[in-house]
Design a protein around this ligand. Sequence first.
Ligand SMILES: O=C(O)CCC(=O)C(=O)O
Length: 249
Amino acid sequence: MNLNLKNFKDYSNDGVIKVNKVFSKKEISLLKKKINLYIKRNSSKLKGKDINYINNQVNSIHLFTEKFFKTFSNQKKILDLGRFFLKTKPQIKHYEYFAKPKKIGMASPMHQDNFYWNLKNPNCFTMWIAIDKAKKNNGAVEYLVGSHKKLYAHTSSYAPGSSQMVKKLSSLKKKFKTRIFNLEPGDCLIHHSQIVHGSKKNISNYSRRGFTIQVTPKNVKVDIKRFKKYQKSLAQQIEMRENQSHGAR
Ligand SMILES: O=C(O)CCC(=O)C(=O)O
């Protein structure tokens, strides 16, 4: 990974950048194996907001309790990317899995990550690691380029795994250009915590798995008032879904 000032400027202007070949085929195949094992061992223990299914297949996981995932997410090259894009000492806050299985994978409505994270300092990013090829036709993540300069109002989406969505999407779509990146396994997207993004359903014959890592400055603070408001909306959606026997994020 040879990152330069232009990469930093592009990330700062656009709110997203693709970094090619961060992980080798071997590293991705180990990650895939560990995720599959984790699902086998833990899916019956994960409940509510921590896991979501579509037709009995995992669509997303929001809690990893095994050490492998903590070690993987805290590896040097990820912390180096953190230091480079945040320009401060980084910290790995969380990690999640968006499986979006072939033919049935659910959409993630357009949102800003910091509406979920509620961090006081939005100088944070998600590292989206491609486990499979990701393209427009299998529900690759799409971005409103340059939309990361402020936090927009959100509303409940009722989508399992992506409970919040921006309110005024059509006006944001007029203001900012949409961009979709084609990824090969091992390629990554680094997206700012405030960029508006989401993904469509996967109706293709190809799965589109992604592992995401939340990178923030060390000791970043949570805005408790905003966090409680989000938790309330999430809890309401989970209760609704559990009445219909589904999980939620
Ligand atoms: O993988 C997806 O489809 C959505 C991912 C996402 O919203 C995120 O990484 O913040």
